[in-house]
Design a protein around this ligand. Structure first.
Ligand code: SF4
Length: 236
């Protein structure tokens, strides 16, 4: 089973220990190479190309075997992990080693996410904007329909989730953030996080030079908080 597919996984990096990428769990993060979208605020632009010279899955697997009993979980992040067909086998291999499996995704491949959900314990999904404004962020036509389908699949699956949106004042207005929050609450999202844009890694000068954090954060919190079971704003 799993091994052969997982060996094809293009891995761009590894964080051996984190407490923030899978809430409440001690986790390692495997950064998968490649992403089909082109968000201007991406802080991992080196992970966007499909090919890399990073360590392969075998090295990751050896590392994970040495961490059995010490880590709770493995998170597949990116880039966009669902770009790669070997991801399912890598998730199964991590699960066979006794780890919980988390996924960070923006949902561009709903058909692949559908197959992954039964082996996932937690998903952090990036939703970029109200669906009517999506392509302006991803710079790829048709991205809204794919993200919307992935969100539906995630919510239907019952897998624990966190939906998060990165805010840059040059890309989304206060009114659009409110529109998005109402769309998500209407879709059945229970846990929503707004993340302030971070200039680290961003290669678009127009975005990193402006004040991307120019929002009425207290007002946003007061307006959005009642819509969700859990809501928070990350501004670190
Ligand atoms: S979807 Fe994520 S990884 Fe891909 S370009 Fe956008 S921010 Fe970067």
């Amino acid at each position: 089973m799993g091994e052969r597919g997982a060996e094809a996984l293009q891995v761009g990096g590894l964080t051996p220990l984190t407490t923030t990428d899978y809430p409440g769990q001690l986790a390692a993060v495997v950064f998968c190479q490649g992403c089909p979208w082109r968000c201007g605020y991406c802080h991992n632009p080196h992970l966007i190309p499909r090919e890399c010279d990073g360590e392969g899955w075998q090295a990751i697997e050896s590392f994970l075997l040495r961490r059995q009993g010490l880590l709770d979980a493995v998170v597949f992040s990116g880039g966009e992990p669902t770009l790669q067909s070997g991801l399912l086998d890598a998730c199964l291999a991590a699960r066979d080693m006794g780890f919980k499996v988390g996924l960070h995704t923006a949902g561009p491949y709903p058909e692949r996410l559908d197959k992954l959900l039964p082996v996932l314990d937690w998903v952090g999904m990036d939703i970029k904007a109200p669906f009517s404004s999506y392509d302006r962020i991803t710079q790829v036509p048709g991205s809204a329909a794919r993200a919307r389908e992935s969100l539906s699949l995630l919510l239907e699956s019952g897998v624990e989730h966190e939906i998060r949106t990165t805010l840059h004042a040059g890309l989304l207005s206060h009114a659009q953030v409110l529109e998005l929050a109402h769309e998500l609450a209407g879709a059945g999202v229970r846990n929503f996080v707004l993340q302030a844009f971070r200039p680290q890694g961003c290669i678009q000068p127009l975005l990193s030079q402006g004040d991307g954090g120019d929002f009425a954060w207290d007002l946003l919190h007061a307006e959005i908080h009642p819509l969700f079971q859990r809501f928070s704003i990350r501004r670190a």
